[in-house]
Design a protein around this ligand. Structure first.
Ligand code: M6R
Length: 611
């Protein structure tokens, strides 16, 4: 949610920042801007995507060796030129980019207005830079000192980077609750909201911690805590390659990421699963196996697609371990005063590892004595660092705003966990355990086969792309898959879509069914097969259009359906990883056929770092 890039060093800052903003655009894309030190502070910002900013700046003098940039996802104030970042102080000496929310900005603004400050826009960020300016003036102190004082009064979450025309050799950055990575080059430093703008220049990075400030010159990085004590930066090596964050010949990141799934699922299982030996090794679980075995209950907190993975995990974990599981939207969990007892286990699932709702939910459960187990994709992310233990999904960087490969990697890891705990707890028979391990090993192959449906799904997308609504129905393990299919379609194609347990249809949604409503059934062979067959008949009887995802060779459903999608056979516990593939492709093709930017759907952002 909002992307920040900054540079200081021997290179020209603008090209580095521009390229970085393009890489971070998935975090927000309603406006973009840069500030460069070039004979004073120069600020350029514009409503729209980074490409529009780039067009506007083509041919202008953008020289300068220090600069900051921002791509915005609006929170305070509508997306327009005035509200775009960077924002400047009243004396035009300071410029700031900010990711997060300053919750007490209205109070601060009131005080500043009384002191004579005037504001151009409605953002909390503009208030913050005026506040810093005012503190500097009143205390006759340095910008660094003023930032420190200001942040003590600020309520909310932030990453900020400040450029000071009076000190062109220094950037000042600070973080609380939003991510900031600093890349260390030779005589240069790169700052960004994630590692993607940095990886092509250096692999050496520092993940700034909450409440830390960084004072950065071309050849010096000083980290300080909120008490102004110097901290030793912990330098880590990035393990991502540039190719992982480029489109690699695909039209969109979303399609590339859908097609990467055989590999990403394989990567999430690699070194962890050995079906031949009957072994599952999860380093993050090792010291916690006992805690899981003794657990009275597990609560899963997550948002969006990760929440859907949590629902599948609920079925898996209860089935294989007999430990009761509750799955909650992190945002609801946090604010409804839930009962959390010492020793309860919270599993927090998140691709980005930065989702604010999930982060605050796990923090509040941690305070109550729960054991926090994180399932994250991004190494070094806030959620992974806040967890007591956890497992990384190793799906590689996910750039498309619609989550695809992260979902299947989450399912693979959660399935491994459920199998490991169930086996250790003796709640699963060895025969079934070995069968599921074997099936899990075959998932990458089966996903590869499901991807061959791409052309067929494009035809189906063409046929239904003008529908006003879609219904997605599934039962058992396929119910969360239905929810995920509906979410993918609505976020990418802006078509209203709902997912339901198929049996629940008769309690309400059936009223929607007529000849104009496409109903996507996820109806592969499982314990509910006969039941869902009846549900399909119920839709057909009301002239609904049935698109059915079925197991290869199914003979019963094709005569009832308008369109059939045949996927490889799999155990019902494994099937979600395969059955979701055609639904991802359907959403992708409908979105593209409707002419939308599927990688950057309107109003969304990849990493939702505000509550
Ligand atoms: O990074 P997270 O997994 O925590 O993100 C959670 C949701 O914001 C995310 O899954 C969102 O729903 C995606 N746009 C779904 O495609």
């Amino acid at each position: 949610m909002c992307g920040i890039v900054a540079y200081i060093g021997q290179r020209q800052a603008y090209p580095v920042i521009l390229k970085g903003l393009k890489r971070l655009e998935y975090r927000g894309y309603d406006s973009a801007g840069v500030a460069i030190l070039n004979n004073g502070l120069r600020v350029y910002k514009k409503k729209g995507k980074v490409a529009e900013l780039e067009d506007w700046l083509t041919g202008m003098d953008m020289h300068g060796h220090a600069g900051i940039g921002h791509t915005r996802w609006a929170t305070h104030g509508e997306p327009n030129d005035r509200n775009a970042h960077p924002h400047t102080s009243g004396d035009q000496q300071l410029a700031i980019v900010h990711n997060g929310i300053i919750e007490n900005y209205a109070q601060l603004k009131k005080e500043l207005v009384k002191q004579g400050h005037q504001f151009n826009g409605e953002t909390d960020t503009e208030v913050l830079i005026h506040f810093i300016e005012e503190i500097k003036k009143q205390n006759q102190c340095t910008t660094e000192e003023a930032v420190r004082i200001a942040l003590k009064r600020v309520v909310g979450a932030y990453v900020i980077v400040i450029l000071d025309a009076g000190h062109p050799d220094t950037l000042i950055a600070a973080r609380k609750g939003s991510p900031l990575v600093i890349g260390i080059g030779k005589g240069e430093h790169f700052l960004a909201s994630d590692a993607s703008p940095i990886v092509e220049y250096t692999k050496e990075v520092v993940f700034v911690n909450d409440y830390e400030m960084a004072i950065i010159k071309a050849d010096e990085l000083i980290l300080k805590n909120s008490s102004n004590e110097v901290q030793t930066p912990y330098i880590q090596k990035l393990d991502i390659e540039l190719a992982a964050i480029e489109k690699g010949g695909f039209d969109h990141f979303m399609l590339k990421e859908i097609f990467e799934q055989p590999q990403t699922i394989f990567d999430s299982l690699r070194g962890r699963l050995d079906a031949g030996q009957g072994s599952v090794i999860l380093g993050g679980l090792r010291e916690y196996t006992g805690v899981f075995k003794e657990a009275q209950r597990i609560m899963i907190v997550a948002c969006g697609t990760s929440w859907h993975a949590g629902l599948v995990a609920e079925y898996m974990i209860e089935d294989l371990t007999r430990i009761p599981v509750e799955v909650e939207y992190a945002s609801e969990f946090r604010y409804r005063n839930p009962v959390v007892n010492e020793g309860d286990i919270i599993i927090a699932i998140s691709q980005s590892g930065e989702t604010a709702d999930t982060l605050v939910a796990m923090e509040s459960a941690k305070e109550k004595g729960a054991v926090i187990f994180g399932i994250c994709n991004v190494v070094g992310s806030s959620i992974s660092r806040t967890s007591h233990a956890g497992v990384f999904t190793h799906a590689g960087p996910e750039i498309g705003v619609a989550s695809t490969k992260a979902f299947t990697a989450q399912l693979a890891v959660l399935c491994l966990m459920a199998l490991k705990i169930g086996y250790e707890k003796d709640s699963i028979e060895r025969k079934r355990y070995l069968q599921l391990l074997h099936e899990l090993e075959l998932v990458p192959e089966k996903v590869e086969e499901a991807l061959k449906l791409n052309d067929r799904i494009k035809e189906i997308a063409e046929k239904y792309k003008d529908a006003r609504d879609f219904l997605y129905l599934g039962r058992g393990y396929n119910f969360p898959v239905a929810l995920e299919g509906a979410l993918k379609l609505k976020e990418i194609s802006y078509i209203h879509a709902e997912g339901y347990p198929a049996a629940e249809m008769k309690h309400g949604p059936i009223a929607l069914v007529d000849e104009s409503l496409p109903v996507v059934f996820i109806a592969t062979r499982d314990a509910y097969y006969e039941k869902i067959l009846s549900n399909i008949q119920e839709v057909k009887a009301r002239k609904g259009k049935v698109i059915a995802v079925v197991t290869q060779g199914d003979k019963n459903i094709p005569p009832l359906a308008d369109d059939i999608i045949e996927v490889p056979e799999a155990d019902e516990l494994i099937a979600p990883m395969i059955n979701v593939i055609p639904l991802q492709l359907l959403a992708y093709h409908v979105g593209v056929l409707k002419g939308y930017d599927v990688d950057k759907p309107r109003n969304l952002a990849k990493s939702v770092t505000v509550e």
